[in-house]
Design a protein around this ligand. Structure first.
Ligand code: GDP
Ligand code: IMO
Ligand code: MG
Length: 423
């Protein structure tokens, strides 16, 4: 293999977990470099469903090293809960196979309280966050007031710094009319969590570089998606980190020139969870997928909004991420359709455009221009080889390649590890 970044090409939940899990077979190290427990990555293997939030999905493979990089915001309670759940499912997690960056910032209970308070204040302009404290934690990091994971190895310093931060944040929390975070109780709980997590904390940039020097292959597991990126997404309806490929470098300390390949994961249609514009949104597709029991959030359980594939967005995502390859997932979700549409341009105030506009007002003013494709109307989920796909499905995929400018290398036709076809 080579050092590969996997990113989402849409609004998250593209099936990155499943694709990363598939590629992990050829990797030695799997790295998360951005986001926090807002992510929910589903991997299904041998009928067991695993949901990863903070821990790289490489943990499901024995003998792979997993790294939580400096760009991640780490919820100590969230990760301990996740470890417990995975262990109960038979997954081995030790200080040897899971390393956490010293410089990752901590998500604390006051961040979650602030996340809820800020959403409540936004009223009908709310972002629809996952409520995991992500925005406030990154805000503290950028504002230079955050606490970093290295403090989990220094309980004496942690205790003093944390107490000070809780008291300070409680002023804002109380002013917002919500209940203050209990100071001593929280300090004691975080100290207890610190004891459990301390053995995992290290300089993960060094871990990554040593692995590269030893000729190992690194796989970066993207979280969220291109249009949730703080810079390139549909701001302000985005998350608070760089979810695009550049974020994998800044969030891990592995420089761009050591990256060999970028794979963008993309559903054969589009989904979005949370608020914000969605040009190709279509309730009929949503109803169809929800009736099949699909498209409910892995983190919050919310029903995802659904729509046709937006090739304008995906082409732009391919450009921003420098994606060499596309992994198309959930092609089987379109199995029952007579007609399948793809949006290949937008009409904005009478003008045809081929890239997503930068303001919410302009995106909302865009009308999708669709092309129509005949559906294959066959169950794809049991197909074992790409060659055996119906011609109409192959034609659909070929058109996606033409419109997006990237080669399709992997194809998902079902949620299980063995329902991925190499193209
Ligand atoms: P992630 O956040 O990008 O890892 O994606 P999620 O796990 O949140 O959401 C993707 C959903 O699609 C999960 O329920 C997966 O099990 C499911 N999934 C992924 N690939 C496929 C596929 O090719 N076909 C089907 N039917 N389901 C898939
Ligand atoms: P994965 O890694 C889908 C969305 C939220 C909300 C916005 C901001 O599973 O693809 P936040 O809690 O980050 O402040 O919420 O971003 N969001 C996601 N949507 N998949 C995700 O992660 C997401 N992580 C955040 O729904 O609209
Ligand atoms: Mg998800």
């Amino acid at each position: 293999m080579s050092n590969t970044i996997v990113v989402g090409a849409q609004w998250g939940d593209e099936g990155k977990g499943k694709i990363v899990d598939f590629i992990t077979e050829q990797a030695d190290l799997v790295v998360r470099a951005a986001g926090g427990s807002n992510a929910g990555h589903t991997v299904i293997n041998n009928g067991i469903k695993y949901i990863l939030h903070l821990i790289p999905s490489g943990i499901l493979w024995e003998d792979k090293l997993c790294v939580i990089g400096n760009g991640v915001v780490l919820d100590p309670f969230g990760i301990l809960e996740e470890m417990a759940k995975l262990r109960s499912q038979g997954v081995k997690i030790t200080a040897e196979n899971l390393k956490i960056s010293e410089t990752a910032h901590l998500v604390m209970p006051y961040h979650k309280a602030l996340d809820h308070a800020r959403e409540a204040k936004r009223g009908d302009k709310k972002i629809g966050t996952t409520g995991r404290g992500i925005g406030p934690a990154y805000a503290d990091k950028i504002e230079r007031g955050g606490l970093r994971a290295v403090l989990l190895t220094q309980p004496d310093v942690l205790e003093v710094e944390l107490r000070e931060r809780i008291i300070q944040h409680n002023e804002t929390i109380v002013a917002a009319g919500i209940e203050a975070v209990p100071v001593e109780e929280t300090v004691q709980k975080v100290l207890a969590a610190a004891k459990e997590l301390a053995p995992h904390i290290t300089n993960t940039a060094v871990v990554c570089h040593e692995a590269i020097q030893a000729g190992k292959n690194l796989l970066f597991e993207g979280a969220q998606g291109t249009y949730l990126d703080i810079d390139h997404g549909t701001y302000p309806f985005v998350t608070s980190s760089n979810t695009t490929s550049g974020g994998a470098c800044t969030g891990s300390g592995v420089p761009p020139r050591m990256i060999d390949k970028v794979v963008a994961v993309c559903k054969a249609y589009t989904t979005r969870v949370g608020s914000g514009p969605f040009i190709t949104e279509n309730d009929d597709i949503g109803d169809m997928l929800h009736n099949m029991g699909r498209e409910f959030g892995a983190t919050t359980g919310r029903a995802r909004r659904c729509g046709w594939l937006d090739a304008v967005m995906v082409r732009y995502a391919v450009m921003i991420n420098g994606a060499d390859e596309l992994a198309i997932t959930n092609l089987d979700g379109l199995d029952g359709l007579e007609e399948i549409k793809i949006c290949n341009a937008y009409k904005l105030r009478g003008e045809v455009i081929h890239y997503p506009p930068s303001t919410i007002a302009d995106i909302e003013a865009c009308e999708p221009i669709y092309e129509s494709h005949q559906g294959w109307k066959k169950d794809l989920s049991q197909i074992k080889n790409f060659a055996d796909l119906p011609d109409l499905a192959k034609a659909y995929l070929k058109r996606v390649e033409e419109l997006t400018g990237a080669r399709i290398s992997l194809l998902g036709i079902g949620p299980s590890r063995d329902q991925t076809l190499v193209v």
